[in-house]
Design a protein around this ligand. Structure first.
Ligand code: BG6
Length: 517
């Protein structure tokens, strides 16, 4: 028989970010360009975009900051950061040279009108020299206290609109400190920019596996029919970190886990898991459905805050890396009497036809045993009468579908299988899908995707004005209740453990237990 030659089928999943349209040439102005975020995330993301999906010819960066650097010095620092933090290493000299030619440093104070005049001139010059066509993105990467000043000055200098081309603004988190300040910031942004020019970042939405939540749910016929209160017992969302403050004690003392992680990242994951299918995949349809989930959240106020939330702070301990660490209150820059939480567990309910009565257990914390983000959907038990008289009865565990967001991105389904042999014994086994070993290319960083989407004018993966306010409305109820709570109620957990004992008891009371991811 003639041998058939084996032709490897092309694997579309290896192709990475696919862009329907290339972005138009544009300039990105980064306010706070000497800061940590710019060096660790933004510059490496832009470089990777240049490397893998050619940025539009002429793409330029204006680094706007107060420190006295020359463009040459700044380019050198940018190169060092990219060498250190880029996903793709070593730096390709040819790509770097082209990319660096588009970087300009502009030294100015954020409150100095002359700085904005200089910016205007530079942008006009770049339009002429690099063909950027009046297309601008302003990226606010400064401490949030500077946002109102910069926004107002951009407006006063007429930079909120260009005569030709488009203008967009990206606002980094945290977006407000509470509901009042978030609304105020929205008002200030809204006075200067139209909502379709505003891109509020939550970098979790740029993660490929977060976007896959919707694909998994809605592109497959078998999951959506069981995605509701009839079949699901409860949902657990875990965003665990093994790191601590990373030198950000000043910010974290004010924020705590509730503002740092829950108001944004955890709420986004919850919305994507719980939302109804949107009518199309455009920015507003998707965000309309997410907002409905946030509006349907049962408010946690008064006594519910005490029974449905556990807040805790890490004490001293050992991390899984073998490193001995001090407790939160001993950290430099943290008050020895601080009541800021580094761990939070919440039980929330969504008052909707689909989810009525299904608890969503959410938890996040620092100095936990490992970095892991996952969503676990636990299904109701099957009727087990069949096994009642056999040893297997006590061995049957509920089915759990786990969406692993990071690391080891993938999906796993736990189910019971018969142990081979003459006796009826059942053991739980997993059916696993790993992105890493499935022929996918390395996943792009969240910021790569988000910056590209902004250049393309697609705001689906950014937070809309009403969405951010809806999330804050829920969080504000909790913050108000905490104001009346005596500070002693904060628990402590050993660094390197899975959180305080109270968090285990809190879920045991419901006859359930936390997963150990
Ligand atoms: C940031 C928080 O938004 O997210 C940090 O401010 C946190 O405290 C980080 O460490 C976690 O992001 P990632 O992508 O590492 O899960």
């Amino acid at each position: 028989m003639p041998q058939r030659s084996v032709v490897e089928a092309p694997n579309p999943l290896r192709e990475g970010i696919r862009i329907k349209n290339s972005p138009e040439p544009c300039v990105m102005v980064i306010f706070g360009a000497t800061g940590d975020l710019t060096h660790r995330k933004l510059l490496p993301a832009l470089y990777n975009l240049a490397l893998e999906h050619p940025l539009p010819a002429g793409f330029s960066v204006v680094a706007f900051a107060r420190r006295p650097y020359s463009t040459e010095e700044y380019r050198q620092q940018a190169l060092e950061s990219i060498n250190q933090y880029s996903r793709q290493k070593p730096v390709n000299p040819q790509v770097w040279e082209n990319f660096a030619a588009g970087i300009h440093y502009l030294q100015a104070d954020f409150n100095d009108p002359k700085g904005y005049e200089k910016l205007n001139n530079l942008l006009n010059l770049l339009d002429q020299e690099r063909g950027t066509g009046g297309n601008r993105i302003f990226y606010l990467s400064t401490p949030p206290s500077q946002y109102p000043e910069i926004i107002q000055r951009l407006g006063a200098a007429g930079l909120n609109r260009s005569r030709k081309g488009w203008t967009r603004i990206i606002v980094e988190k945290p977006f407000g400190h509470d509901l009042g300040s978030a609304k105020e910031l929205n008002r200030q942004v809204g006075k200067v920019f139209k909502e379709d020019q505003v891109y509020r970042i939550d970098h979790y939405l740029g993660k490929e596996t977060v976007q896959n939540i919707l694909v998994f749910r809605l592109a497959n016929g078998i999951f959506e029919p069981v995605w509701n209160r009839r079949y699901i017992d409860h949902v657990q969302i875990t965003v665990a970190e093994n790191i601590g403050l990373e030198g950000r004690s000043g910010y974290f003392e004010e924020a705590g886990a509730i503002r740092d992680m829950v108001q944004n990242h955890v709420m986004q994951l919850l919305s994507l898991v719980a939302m109804e299918p949107p009518i199309t995949f455009d920015a507003n349809s998707v965000r309309d459905e997410k907002v409905k989930v946030l509006h349907a959240l049962q408010p946690l106020v008064g006594q519910d805050v005490v029974t449905n939330i556990i807040r805790a702070q890490y004490g001293p301990g050992w991390l899984s890396t073998g490193q001995q660490v001090i407790g939160y209150r001993q950290e430099p820059g943290v008050s020895p009497h601080s009541t800021t939480e580094t761990y939070l567990a919440l039980k929330v309910f969504i008052d909707s036809w689909r989810w009525a009565g299904v608890p969503f257990y959410l938890r996040t914390g620092k100095h936990l045993p490992k970095r892991v983000t996952e969503i676990a959907i636990q299904f109701k038990q099957a009727p087990l009468m069949l096994f009642k008289r056999s040893e297997a009865y006590g061995q049957v565990e509920p089915n759990v579908l786990t969406l692993r967001i990071q690391p080891d991105e993938g999906i796993s389904l736990k189910f019971g299988a018969k142990v081979p042999g003459t006796e009826m014994q059942i053991r739980s086994v997993n059916m696993d899908f790993f992105y890493g070993s499935s022929g996918f290319r390395e996943q792009p960083e969240a910021y790569e995707r988000l910056l590209l989407d902004c250049m393309l004018g697609d705001s689906t993966l950014f937070t809309r004005r009403d969405e951010v306010e809806a999330a804050w409305t829920f969080i504000q109820g909790i913050l108000d209740s905490w104001k009346n709570e005596p500070p002693e109620t904060i628990q402590t957990y050993e660094s390197g453990s899975w959180g305080p004992q109270a968090a285990d008891e809190f879920i045991w009371r419901d006859g359930r237990r936390w997963r150990r991811p």
